[in-house]
Write a protein that binds this ligand. Structure first.
Ligand SMILES: Cc1cc2nc3c(=O)[nH]c(=O)nc-3n(C[C@H](O)[C@H](O)[C@H](O)COP(=O)(O)OP(=O)(O)OC[C@H]3O[C@@H](n4cnc5c(N)ncnc54)[C@H](O)[C@@H]3O)c2cc1C
Length: 333
């Protein structure tokens, strides 16, 4: 037997032995495993949007001698991820799956946070290369091994048009997560979410975080504006959440151009709609989050002020201010 083979078998043997010992030790508790904090911790990895469970020192992976799952992303350096599938959902909206380097890696994202994506599709530099274009995105889904983005491709969009042309096997650089607003269990009685177009992705991240946590009783109301019914992104997932949490989650779709017989909202966001569907501005323990295209942000909450490093949120303006909200009750994404 070669030295390499001996060393290899020795390592595997030790790991299997350690695993067997652990399994024996745990044998009495195999049935209890499913209900244990360990199992819950492993299960929480199945969806990074699920409430974070503490990772105890002894999990099946460490018993078996494997390292705990690694965060595939970094907030300080750009990391390339490989595109493993491309699925067009509508004529201009595409679902992209990016794999982590190892299929057991996790994203390391917390709610509510986003990622930055970049690609060399900006202006031409003197040396013939192109400048990077950087944009924020919130994955529609993150789990062990990969993340998914739903991207709306604008005809004149610098990065989204580039992303819309990506093919399986290409890579794109990501950096993050960048924390926006930590969502703490039962911190608020009611949370109102106002989304427009692809602004739904960060709002859905927050809704899932609250609704998928059985001990979080926060009530959530979502107002989601789209051009037409076909433009409603991630509708199946939203409707399923609403079906499963009828007393906790209220959804109102608002369409610029509604079809005949439409029973949801129509036209643009309005003070009347916001007053009717969101938590009351007078309720002391409520928060409203807003994410959408520039026109909607301006009308509903006023735009972000990215130049202002002290207060990038900018002042609260628009319809939310008109109906009595104050800046501390609102977070612009
Ligand atoms: C926290 C956060 C999360 C986001 N998550 C997503 C996401 O999951 N999926 C996604 O597709 N986008 C998301 N966006 C928007 C994304 O960052 C880009 O703004 C978008 O992809 C357009 O970039 P672009 O370079 O293609 O367009 P640009 O070259 O910047 O702009 C091209 C044209 O599109 C218009 N435009 C730019 N952004 C928008 C917009 N959001 N809605 C409507 N018109 C717009 C501009 O007015 C302009 O006319 C998110 C934004 C934020 C702030």
């Amino acid at each position: 037997m070669s030295a390499f083979r001996r060393a290899f078998l020795g390592t595997v043997g030790r790991r299997l032995h350690a695993g067997a010992l652990a399994a024996t030790g745990a044998a009495t508790g195999l049935a209890a495993y499913a209900a244990s904090p360990i199992a819950r911790s492993e299960a929480s990895l199945a969806d990074d949007n699920a409430p974070a469970a503490e990772h105890p020192p002894g999990t099946w992976s460490s018993w078996m001698g494997f390292a705990p799952p690694k965060a595939a992303l970094s907030a300080t350096e750009w990391r390339p991820l490989k595109l493993s599938s491309v699925t067009w959902k509508t004529h201009d909206t595409v679902l992209l799956r990016f794999n982590f380097p190892k299929y057991w890696d996790v994203s390391g994202m917390e709610c509510a946070s986003y990622l930055l994506a970049r690609a060399p599709c900006g202006s031409l530099r003197p040396d013939g290369t192109r400048a990077f274009v950087v944009r924020p995105y919130t994955p529609s889904h993150v789990t062990v091994g990969y993340l998914e983005l739903v991207i709306k491709v604008y005809e004149d969009g610098k990065l989204s048009r580039y992303i819309g042309n990506l093919r399986r096997g290409s890579t794109m650089d990501f950096r993050g997560p960048i924390m926006k607003l930590p969502i703490v269990e039962n911190q608020y009685e009611q949370v109102g979410l106002v989304a427009g177009g692809t602004g739904i992705t960060p709002m859905l991240q927050v809704a899932k975080r609250i609704l998928l946590n059985p001990t979080d009783t926060t009530k959530v109301s979502l107002l989601y504006g789209s051009k037409t019914e076909d433009d409603i992104i991630l509708r199946e997932e939203i409707d399923e959440l609403a079906r499963q949490h009828p007393d906790q989650f209220q959804v109102t779709y608002v369409l610029d151009t509604p079809p005949a017989g439409w029973t949801g909202g129509s036209g643009h966001m309005s003070t009347a709609l916001l007053r009717e569907k969101l938590p009351a501005a007078s309720s002391p323990n409520s928060k409203v989050l807003v994410c959408g295209p520039p026109g909607m942000m301006k009308a509903v909450s006023g735009p972000m002020d990215y130049e202002n490093k002290e207060n990038p949120q900018g002042p609260l303006e628009g319809q939310l201010k008109e109906i009595g909200f104050v800046a501390s009750q609102v977070c612009k994404f």
